[in-house]
Design a protein around this ligand. Structure first.
Ligand SMILES: [Zn+2]
Length: 248
């Protein structure tokens, strides 16, 4: 299978949100990206970046930078696909910087944790900004609520990793005979946070978040996986970006 990382631009938050309570007063620009996987069972898109207009309107303090080339349709085109080619969208969780392109991929079924749907529709006050983009929740959205660990296609494993949000999933790509790739998404944002065992400042259950970090670290070790960090500008610079791809 082929795996592309689709660039959605970048945002700025304080370091204290990347490594909870540590590093206050240090704004950090971080990348936002999605993962496209061409698999014999279909074309899968994991997350869909952020909607620039939404962020400008609701979270302008995160200083969004996104060019027209960094939208989901443009990134799919770089890889030779159209939005209608995507069979399945899979949501790590429903924060605004992971769902912004959903409405641009209207035909796909959308796999998302059942608890995440309920929480995003009726979130706690402190989650207001995280769940502020409801563009994923339109009448034609083919939402497929799921729960538990799942192998959604051969070698594509979702693992429940709540803490950052109630229904957060991590992705392990582990085809037989090839090196595994682990996407812990927002369990930890950066390599530094991973190394220090620090979860982001945005979370609903920090105790579950600590357990989720242990879980993804155990998965990485068990599968000898390369770990792809979701919001780490230095790590992002070292990855292959669409149209370049990984093949496993
Ligand atoms: Zn998040």
């Amino acid at each position: 299978m082929k795996i592309w990382l689709l660039d959605s631009g970048s945002l700025v938050i304080d370091q204290a949100h990347i490594t909870w309570n540590i590093g206050c007063g240090n704004p950090v620009r971080f990348p936002v990206y999605s993962v496209l996987i061409q698999h014999e069972e279909g074309l899968f898109l994991f997350d869909s970046g952020y909607d620039l207009e939404h962020v400008k309107a609701v979270l302008p303090f995160e200083l969004p930078e996104q060019t027209p080339e960094q939208t989901i349709p443009a990134q799919l085109a770089l890889c030779g696909f159209q939005p209608s080619d995507v069979d399945t969208l899979v949501m790590s969780h429903l924060h605004f910087d992971h769902v912004g392109g959903n409405k641009l991929v209207p035909g796909a079924r959308v796999l998302v944790h059942a608890r995440e749907i309920a929480q995003a529709r009726n979130c706690e006050p402190f989650e207001h900004f995280g769940y502020s983009d409801h563009g994923w929740d339109h009448p034609d959205a083919r939402l497929v609520p799921i729960s538990g660990d799942q192998e959604i296609a051969k070698g594509l494993h979702l693992y429940e990793t709540p803490g950052h949000t109630l229904g957060h999933y991590s992705l392990l790509v582990a085809p037989e005979g090839a090196k595994a790739m682990l996407f812990p998404f927002d369990v930890t944002y950066t390599q530094d946070a991973w190394d220090r065992g620090l979860q982001p400042g945005f979370h609903i259950d920090p105790v579950a978040g600590v357990r989720a970090i242990r879980r993804v670290k155990a998965l990485a070790e068990q599968h000898d996986a390369q770990v792809f960090f979701t919001h780490d500008m230095d790590a992002w610079g070292s990855y292959r970006h669409a149209p370049d791809f990984y093949e496993v």
